[in-house]
Write a protein that binds this ligand. Sequence first.
Ligand code: EPU
Length: 420
Amino acid sequence: MEEVIKIEGGHVLNGTIRISGAKNATVALIPASVLATKPVKLVGIPDISDVVSLKQCLEYLGVEVKCEKNDEIYIDPSHMSNKPLNIDAVSKLRASYYFMGALLGKYKHVEMKMPGGCNLGPRPIDLHLKGFESLGAKVDYIEDSYVITAERLKGNRIYLDISSVGATINIIMAAVYAEGRTVIENAAREPEIIDIITLLNKMGANIKGAGTSVITIDGVKELGGCFHEIIPDRIEAGTFMIVAAAMAGHMTLENIIPYHLDALMSKLKESGVYIDPKIDYVDIYSSKTLKPVDIKTAPYPGFATDLQAPLTALLTQAQGISHVTETIYPERFKHCEQLNLMGANTTLAVPTATIIGKTPLVGCDVRATDLRCGAGLVVAGLMAEGITTIQDIYHIDRGYENLDGKLKEVGAKIWREFID
Ligand code: EPU
């Protein structure tokens, strides 16, 4: 028996959706918490299965974990021990690799198996490992596990060939206890990185340059506990903006930092969607006639690769030809094949998809090949005639809190079923 999401398309959506805490911040904040010597409380934790996997990793390491309220987690690393992280939970998500930086930083030694995560084409971690080596660590790969050890970690100047989100965060975590100063050049500038640095500085770290491409970390001797509220999820918010652009009469998105979504909002406006951003909420009205647009994904503040699949689904209903170019993960186009099954006309010449619209979409059986492909198929299902059945929804549950429940509240006909 497999659980699927079913959507009866064509219903106009009206109402308010509250955005949850950012998945891609949370999945780094949880491992970062083990750098502390005292308890850390995180608020705004999204209810997603990636968090369940990270909690299993914490518990395996002997960290005390309590969740008094749904969106809160209390992490007490006072009595943890540094065991080889070789449990299944590690392979369930990409972000388990943040334990590399955190445990290396804290214990100067870490052993863990390969992280998992969405299949978006090649996803090397060479820049993370080079960063650890620059700080004085030795990296080995023995029997399917990374073994990373340092006699001492010493600050260094590290230039990232690509402004990688994961490498920036992992090197920061490895460097917080290192002797002296570490400077990361060409660092990633995503809002989630600012959130991690904010947490670490509250714990007592000395990190400057958050949100810029040069981050300076001066090593400290001890990190204490703290309280931290996670930023809203800009990708979840962007996904619902696209849903609203597709099907809303009038929708409001609450708990959102609109400027995190400037690139998407400007493209939606170009396409004819009416968006009215306020300080922490946004009103959106769909447009009867969508215009085609060209997008090119880029590191923040450029157009987020994680919103490429949902926007591609929307563009199938724009009148004319749109081009979507993927510069972060050139092979991240598996959703196009699924959208074509529903009646879309997309063709691929890597790294660009051409979408010829508008073609009617008709519900059928499709497969969420990865998290954001799943979100794109939900957008398509809401616009399609008839019933769309989405399989492999565990990808969606890894990264969206109660996606179907939130859509139901604004009038979508969406439900879960078990099928043979
Ligand atoms: N890269 C390397 N070597 C490295 C690291 C990255 O070549 O050592 C390349 C990647 O292959 C990619 C580019 O650099 O072509 C950027 O990758 P980055 O490291 O920035 O991505 P990530 O840290 O693995 C995070 C998010 C992704 C999001 C990307 C880009 C998390 C857990 N994941 O991945 O989110 O797409 O940044 O913004 O934060 C998602 O949420 O669906 C998702 C995949």
